[in-house]
Design a protein around this ligand. Structure first.
Ligand SMILES: [Zn+2]
Length: 460
């Protein structure tokens, strides 16, 4: 049975001002209904301002990252999409005709990209509406129904949000600012749209549920009717929506208060020149250019700042060694402290000098991780951290003395080893490590101990 899944993904654009007025956009940080004016509350007679250029630019950059063809040189109308809901005082939401069409991302076709405005937030329990969010710019990305399973859909959405976050022009998905409408159908059944899901996980669960529901109906010989459903997060199910919504019901008309947009070819080319490299392409380049495994490249390109840091250090230390550190240690420490790479304050030089200490064998990997944790928590010279943590590596001589002392104090274990009991070596290693208070490198200790013991065997 052929499964078809497509998306309409809405993400808030990260601008200082709203789309059609000068109100600020930090809606979550201020009391309800404070970032408002007659325009974004849809007061009668209030006229919108021309669209915020930063928002238009962000939508164009995102379209370019998705390989879309920008609709330059023709009038792009802002339309009124009519529907009635308490969060929408004017009775319509403004949405542009496609600014860009026919892109693709990893084999999934992007049909079109629109610029929209967010409505307010209605609380059905208290009946109150907060209009702080009303008028925040949104980008809407519409895909063709090219996805075939919930797993594929989840992978694609993760990639898409990674691409969008890379531009630095959208609010992170993690902040709950993403809303996805999913359309899903099975061969022989009608197309069902599930609206307003706000996380990648939610999309995956809604699809799992919906596909099972549709397959079950078809199996029993029943029809799957074309309809719009809602996803209930708390129960992980979809239910029919009371409000029937189909394209023709929106009564689209061009907004008579707004002149159409014109995107100039030259301006688009300027944006293309200065935009960042999309992560999925960067991932491939890192594999080819630095010879690192694809799994490491994926982790490294998960955040732009992480990839930038990698490319700076990979010129000075072995790239495979660095990649392994990013994938295991750095990512682990960041997750542990709940930080994003962009929030890390240490300098490239500080991080590099730590990597060199480990690469050169001056400290062990385990010690390196301890230093890294401190470095992320409170940036300073790794050398200082080593002293503070009492991890300053043992000098050659000091280690030699420790080993001699342990051998003297543990004659029994030495005898055991010479009689062929390998585990005696582990015991002695443990003693040396303990005596060094963790400053000695275990591999080095084993090597030196074995040498000394073999010398003894030679003499006996
Ligand atoms: Zn306003």
């Amino acid at each position: 049975m052929q499964t078809k899944i497509g998306f309409e993904v809405h993400l808030q654009l990260k601008t200082e001002r709203k789309l059609y007025c000068d109100c600020p956009t930090n809606y979550a940080e201020v009391p309800p209904n404070t970032n408002v004016c007659p325009i974004c509350t849809g007061m009668p007679g209030a006229k919108p301002m021309v669209p915020n250029r930063a928002a238009v630019e962000a939508a164009v950059e995102i379209s370019l990252m998705l390989g879309c063809c920008i609709q330059t040189g023709k009038p792009l109308y802002i339309q009124r999409k009519h529907y009635d809901y308490p969060d929408l005082p004017s009775g319509y939401q403004r949405t542009s005709v496609p600014l860009a069409v026919e892109g693709s991302l990893e084999g999934v076709r992007i049909r079109e990209v629109h610029l929209e405005e967010d409505p307010g937030q209605y609380d059905p329990v208290s009946g109150s509406v907060d209009f702080n969010r009303s008028g925040i710019p949104l980008v809407e990305i519409v895909t063709e129904p090219d996805l075939r399973s919930p797993e594929e859909a989840r992978r694609f959405l993760r990639l898409l949000t990674r691409v969008l976050e890379y531009t630095g022009k959208v609010r992170p998905e993690a902040g709950g600012a993403m809303r996805v409408d999913v359309n899903v159908s099975l061969e022989g059944g009608g197309r069902v749209e599930v609206k307003n899901i706000n996380s990648v996980k939610g999309v995956y669960r809604a699809l799992k549920f919906e596909l099972q529901r549709q397959a079950e109906r078809l199996r029993r010989g029943e029809k799957v009717k074309r309809e719009t459903r809602a996803y209930l997060e708390s129960q992980m199910i979809t239910v029919p929506m009371r409000m029937k919504e189909f394209e023709e019901d929106y009564r689209y008309i061009p907004d008579p208060d707004l002149p159409p947009l014109f995107l100039e070819e030259e301006w688009v080319e300027e944006i293309r020149k200065r935009m960042v490299e999309p992560p999925h392409l960067r991932e491939k380049r890192l594999v080819e250019e630095y010879g690192i495994p694809p799994s490491a490249a994926r982790v490294i390109t998960s955040e732009r700042e992480l990839a930038d840091l990698f490319e700076r250090v990979a010129k000075e230390v072995n790239p495979s060694f660095a990649a392994d550190w990013f994938r295991t240690k750095l990512k682990k420490v960041l997750n542990y402290l709940g930080l994003r790479a962009g929030e890390v304050k240490f300098s490239v030089e500080q991080f590099l000098s730590l990597l060199k200490m480990v690469e050169g064998g001056r400290i062990s990997r385990e010690q390196g991780e301890l230093v890294l944790r401190e470095l992320v928590r409170k940036p300073r010279e790794p050398e200082e951290i080593l002293i503070e943590l009492g991890l300053l590596p043992l000098e050659e001589e000091e280690l030699g003395e420790l080993i001699e002392r342990v051998l003297e104090e543990n004659e029994g274990a030495v005898e055991d080893y010479l009689r062929g009991r390998e585990e005696a070596l582990n015991f002695l290693t443990g003693k040396v490590l303990k005596a060094s208070r963790g400053r000695a490198d275990p591999r080095e200790v084993v090597k030196r101990l074995r040498e000394r013991l073999e010398e003894r065997r030679g003499k006996d």
